[in-house]
Ligand binder design. Structure first.
Ligand code: BG6
Length: 454
């Protein structure tokens, strides 16, 4: 199906993600004239359209993106349909709201257990023919449920109409990893076992789980962001570069790399839980869910033989920063007086909030000794007009472009890697708010330690 979508149906429009990310993304698309179609927000409860408009306005104002003329336009396109996900007949309200649209895109930002009902009921109501289905992550809870979910969705939507979101793949900075590698031979030729000592990726967030504690408690940090975002970043950093960015070249390359990542064992994982987490509303008092995880991955292919990839993610940490740090092998030249202490080159790729690409290099210190000091060559590019991930991805789904969506084989490979260490396969250690997780995480640190972003 190549037609452009002609209606945007939004399941989960009253949720947290809608408020923080999706309404601003829809306004951005509308501003560029890419959303001239009915926008149908779907929720369980009846809601007057005025209330929905107010919520959209509040979301845009909070995100600092409110644009009065576009908001006026979007307000007119906006409709609301209350449905009962267990009642196929209630989906008739969506059919009425989209009018004569033939190719709706259904975007489902709901817990994964509801995806199947939405897909089946949409089909029963004639809303699947010629349509697209975009589902949020996490896709399943483990390998078996991810496979079952995919099979269930495929009963209502064919593969080419099914879009599995991982919003990290829609980030400009994540795409830039691929561009940076492809266009800078000087780095690309060193990204291999001969050149690299270790790679570490940190996804740190200062905030906790407020507003979504119940959902988070059933998922935890590893399922929430490692199985998807972090492993896709590993794939973008470590894959063989595709011959083409089109026709699934990129998706093939990421999937192949993920198929080469070794399944984790408990020795590769440290889990942490921030103090006070079990006091949050919605969290089970005896919860062992992790809000922090440090993990060590190995990639079983010749390019990365023996190079450990570390990932560290967590809530209530000292900063909000996502960053990859590639540490190259140390200098071996015997002429250096500081050859045992001279730091190795390092490449720092900050994915957010403001993108930075920096190369750690050594220069000689003034003086008679042949010793150096560390400097960073810093390349920054903060562009307020940068397209945000959800604008990119939802715009792509409307146009039927799937390159930046996660594919089922990659999702399954990621679950294969993660499955052996989920649940209580490892203990959970407590840590203080605003620290870099439990002390135990230091025992799993890369050579040279964790490079805490500041
Ligand atoms: C979401 C996770 O997928 O990504 C959240 O569910 C996390 O827990 C969020 O906070 C982070 O996204 P970003 O784009 O702000 O790094």
């Amino acid at each position: 199906m190549t037609d452009r979508s002609d209606a945007f149906v939004f399941f989960g429009a009253t949720g947290d993600l809608a408020f923080k990310q999706i309404f601003p993304a829809l306004q951005a698309l509308a501003k560029k004239g890419r959303l001239d179609m009915p926008i149908v927000a779907v929720g369980r409860k009846e809601m007057p359209i005025e209330k929905l408009r107010e919520r959209v306005k509040e979301s845009l104002e909070k995100s600092g993106s409110f644009d009065a003329p576009t908001f006026e336009k979007v307000s007119k396109q906006l409709k609301y349909a209350a449905v009962d996900y267990d009642d196929p007949a209630s989906f008739k309200r969506i059919s009425e709201a989209i009018g004569g649209a033939k190719h709706p895109v259904h975007y489902v930002a709901l817990p994964p257990e509801i995806f199947e009902k939405v897909a089946a009921n949409a089909k029963a109501q004639g809303l699947a023919d010629g349509a697209r289905l975009v589902v949020e992550k996490p896709f399943g809870h483990d390998l078996a449920s991810a496979k079952a979910l995919s099979e269930a969705l495929l009963k209502s939507f064919p593969e080419e109409s099914l879009f599995r979101i991982d919003h990290y793949l829609g980030k400009e900075t994540v795409e830039n990893i691929v561009y940076f590698r492809a266009s800078n031979t000087i780095f690309e030729s060193s990204l291999c076992a001969e050149g690299v000592e270790s790679v570490q990726i940190t996804m740190a967030e200062t905030f906790g789980v407020k507003g979504r504690a119940k959902f988070y408690d059933s998922v935890g940090a590893i399922r929430d962001v490692v199985q998807n975002h972090m492993l896709e970043v590993v794939a973008c950093l470590a894959m063989e570069l595709p011959k083409s960015m089109k026709n699934d070249g990129l998706r093939d390359a990421r999937s192949k790399l993920l198929s080469e990542v070794r399944a984790l064992t408990p020795a590769d994982v440290v889990r942490g839980q921030v103090k006070g987490y079990t006091d949050e509303d919605g969290v089970d008092k005896g919860s062992k869910t992790e809000t922090f995880a440090a993990l060590r991955f190995h990639i079983d292919n010749p390019r990365w033989k023996g190079v450990p990839f570390f990932v560290r993610v967590g809530k209530a940490l000292p900063v909000t920063i996502s960053e990859a740090l590639v540490r190259f092998k140390g200098p071996e030249c015997p002429v250096l007086d500081d050859k045992s202490t001279a730091p190795a080159n390092a490449l720092r790729l900050r994915l957010g909030p403001s993108p930075v690409i920096a190369l750690g290099a050594n220069v000689k210190k003034n003086g008679e000794e042949f010793v150096g000091e560390r400097r960073e060559l810093i390349l920054t590019r903060s562009d307020p007009a940068e397209m945000k991930a959800y604008e990119r991805l939802l715009g792509d789904a409307i146009d039927g472009k799937a390159e930046l969506y996660a594919r089922q084989d990659a999702i399954e490979e990621a679950w294969r890697v993660i499955d052996p260490i989920t649940g209580d396969a490892t203990p959970v250690h407590s840590y203080e708010e605003k620290t870099w997780g439990p002390d135990e995480a230091q025992k799993l640190a890369p050579p040279g330690g964790w490079g805490d972003p500041v």
